[in-house]
Write a protein of this length. Sequence first.
Length: 215
Amino acid sequence: MRITSDIGKTTRIVSGIVRPTSPNPKTCSTQNRSVKFYEKLSRKMAYALRHNPEGCGLVLDTQGRTPIEKLLNFLNSVIKNENITIADIAGALKASSKKRFELKGDKIRAYYGHSFAQKLVKEPKTPPEILYHGTSHEAAEKILKEGLTHQRRQYVHLSTNIDTAVKVGMRKDKNPVMLVIDTSKAKAKGIHFYRGNNSVWMSDDIPADCISLIS
């Protein structure tokens, strides 16, 4: 007789004696993982799910999902001697303050940030009235004239709050410029918006007349 107790572990009862069975190596990690380990794991996951799935042996569906088993095969091929499991991936998701990935059933996907050629299908949603985009002074000048384009990604990436936009903008400029997106005006022009997570939204390319400099 077997009784399920925790992730990947069962208890066997034989003649009234309770004996734990060996953990399932695919689902249960018995090692204490460091923050540094989870950060490294998250970076490798982002590379595979956002930028180079084909090169990492993954096949994504139209929503960007792939079997977790395939991702584990890739992770264990590039991070040696760690015996990475589903529990480790779940730990990496929990350790991060940013909701980058969705682990559901036997599949996983990145919510946003995709740059590979295969266009993912996203369902348009109603965004907040105002969204923000942090960028460099040089880029801001061009955006205010020509509009905001998706560049190397599949969609334009926007922030729901100024703090997040500042952090994004600081990747390009120590003192980033904050741009405001009038989503109602953009929607009236046929621009669609797509939810990423609580702090990130995506959109089609946005015309310049829907963008203003924050005052």
